[in-house]
Design a binder for this molecule. Structure first.
Ligand code: PLP
Length: 391
């Protein structure tokens, strides 16, 4: 990112925290394999175990409950691997999940030969508790349910406490993709009644390519990847020691949540400023609890493709189409599930703030977005289909 650029795409990936960068570099100077018994190996192991403690304490569990993976996607796959292993004969996931959850659910369903069903959401993107209750009552042993903590596109928070009660009332298992919530709001797996969760380092200022599958209580974990037996046989493969060390430092910083209130103030200022200039601007999911750093917005007649280019030229990085499947521009399944009209969904962009965001960044975005709206109103071209970020 050059000095002139304004980065407002933290939900896609957050800039590496300087302390995490230092930890990665320092660990890369080491030469040991964390499984080796010699001093070099023991030094590497110490880095991994220190990081495990930090990640565990971020979400309120014991270190043995944390399994390091290559990121959130792999952790989601590991979560669904547990469905068959624990005797679930039915799988549910919410209609607004990240594709890595939806795909892992379908894979697990095909492997285990058990049905998989999407849980509908309301117009704010929150899981319908009535629908969930009905689905859970419709049969199946130990239903395996996955509902994300916070949505990556809209920031909308799910009523996990109530969901946990319903799921456990039917003897089920609750997994939550908590990739987006860490560092933005307090997230304690046990308090919420979640049985297993997913984390990703690069969303909290840690390095790319490392994440964790976390259990509320230490228990057997069926592996997806077998081999050398690392991570207590839960996930084989030589540990990525430097990335894990950086993840640990980022997790410690995230636990402090130093930037949460600053992000909320700036996000609210952004929305108030846009509303004052463009009264018909729509902020998706803004009637319910959301992450403090996220705003997903649109106004009629905008086209996100054009808008993103205009914003990029003005030095601003925000998201529309999925950052996880670069170049692929599809309608947002999240806005679809919320029943957002196509002409509004077509112009939706996601702005996500983080530890480096300043007031000046917000002003720059507001100026550029308002200019783009004015230009679009003057030219008001033909409509196009486009989506918000899935990253
Ligand atoms: N889950 C959510 C909600 C995400 O936003 C993402 C990343 O975009 C992932 C999972 C995937 O995480 P990773 O990029 O670490 O594989």
């Amino acid at each position: 990112m050059t000095g002139e650029r304004t980065y407002l795409d933290y939900n896609a990936t957050a800039p590496l925290r300087p302390a995490a960068y230092e930890a990665v570099c320092a660990a890369m100077d080491g030469i040991g394999n964390a499984s080796s018994v010699h001093k070099e190996g023991r030094d590497a192991r110490a880095l991994v175990e220190t990081a495990r403690q930090s990640v565990a304490s971020l979400v309120g569990v014991e270190p043995d409950c944390v399994t390091f993976t290559s990121g959130g996607t792999e952790a989601n796959h590991l979560a669904f691997r547990q469905a068959a292993d624990r005797g679930s004969t039915t799988i549910f996931y919410s209609a607004v999940e990240h594709p890595s959850v939806a795909e892992a659910a379908k894979l697990a369903s095909a492997e285990a030969g058990v049905p998989v069903t999407e849980i509908p959401v309301d117009d704010q993107g929150r899981v319908s508790l009535t629908a969930l209750e009905w689905l859970l009552a419709s049969g199946g042993d130990r239903p395996f349910v996955s509902v994300m903590t916070a949505n990556n596109e809209t920031g909308v928070l799910q009523p996990l406490g109530q969901i946990a009660e319903l799921v456990h009332g039917q003897g089920g298992i609750l997994h939550s993709d908590a990739v987006q919530v860490a560092g933005k709001l307090a997230f304690n797996i046990k308090t919420l009644g979640v049985d297993m969760a997913t984390l990703s380092a690069h969303k909290i200022g840690g390095p790319l390519g490392v994440g964790a599958f976390v259990l509320a209580e230490d228990a057997h974990v069926a592996a997806r990847q077998t081999g050398g037996g690392q991570e207590r046989g839960r996930r084989s493969g030589t540990e990525n020691v430097s990335a894990i060390a950086g993840f640990g430092v980022a997790a410690s910083l995230a636990a402090n949540m130093d930037d949460a209130e600053k992000m909320r103030t700036l996000r609210d200022r952004l929305e108030a400023s846009l509303k004052a200039s463009v009264p018909d601007v729509e902020f998706f999911g803004s009637s319910v609890d959301r992450l403090p750093n996220t705003s997903c917005l649109s106004a009629t007649g905008l086209k996100a493709e054009t808008l993103l280019m205009q914003l990029d030229l003005a030095g601003l990085a925000v998201s529309a189409g999925s950052a996880c499947s670069s170049g692929k521009v599809t309608r947002s399944h999240v806005l679809d599930a919320m029943g957002v009209e196509e002409n509004l969904a077509a112009g939706a962009v996601r702005v996500s703030l983080g530890w480096k965001t300043t007031e000046n960044d917000i002003e720059k975005f507001c100026d550029a977005w308002i200019k783009a709206v004015q230009m679009s109103k003057r030219t008001s071209g033909s409509g196009s289909r486009l989506a918000v970020a899935e990253g």
